[in-house]
Design a protein around this ligand. Sequence first.
Ligand code: 5RP
Length: 264
Amino acid sequence: MTKMDWGMKNRLSRIISPKTGHTVMLAVDHGYFLGPTTGLEQPWKTIKPILPHADCLMLTRGVLRNSVPPEIDKPIILRVSGGASIVGPELLHEGIATSIEDAIRLNAAAVAFSIMVGAPYERDTILGLTQVVDECQRYGIPVLAVTAVGKEMKRDARYLALATRIAAEFGASVVKTYYCENFEKVVDGSPVPVVIAGGKKIPEKDALEMAYNAIEAGAIGVDMGRNIFQSENPVAMIKAVREIVHNGANAKEAFELYNSLKSK
Ligand code: 5RP
């Protein structure tokens, strides 16, 4: 086993709680291909009240520089892949869109890069990941690989385990993927920790159940966006998610907490 560099370990311990081994990452990077996503039209207005309850913040350099005050004390996961949009012809054709030099300048604790396994440009995205990992290794920066899924791909355990394993094989420190039935298969096939994305907004009860099931299956946390910031009560929702991820609450307990916080 390779001995992990001190800087790499230190950065990882900033995004994954050394106390619980778990993490609640707040994802607000959606604009990089979706434009002004509902709830993120004025990013800081949305992020500010939720941020104290997140372990780290995942976003692009544009929103970071223009909307987030540099005085915040939360670790940043900087999205460095991009180059395609929801309205363009090649949604799944992302490349390296931000240099590691800029990630260092922005004091990023980690960077995020999407790979599109099974899509026409999978090779480009996987080789993009390897390039980012190589550069990040030089400076002790962990890479969060995101296994984005195209419309035509089935989000089942077989596919997600494949995509997750490929990301880990090429050096990702953590893999972000989607929850699915038999999620144990995805986690068990990965030599590195796995977190789940929330996906499209669903009822709070369902999102909490998904988070609980993912943790039960071995995920170390969530990198959740819309199911938090598009919630009727984002602060109550992130607190409920935290109860599951860090404090061992089940979905029912977390939903009760959500409701009680919401009604206050
Ligand atoms: C897409 C992404 C996101 O833009 C985002 O982080 C997803 O978060 P959520 O699905 O919880 O809204 O990673 O691949």
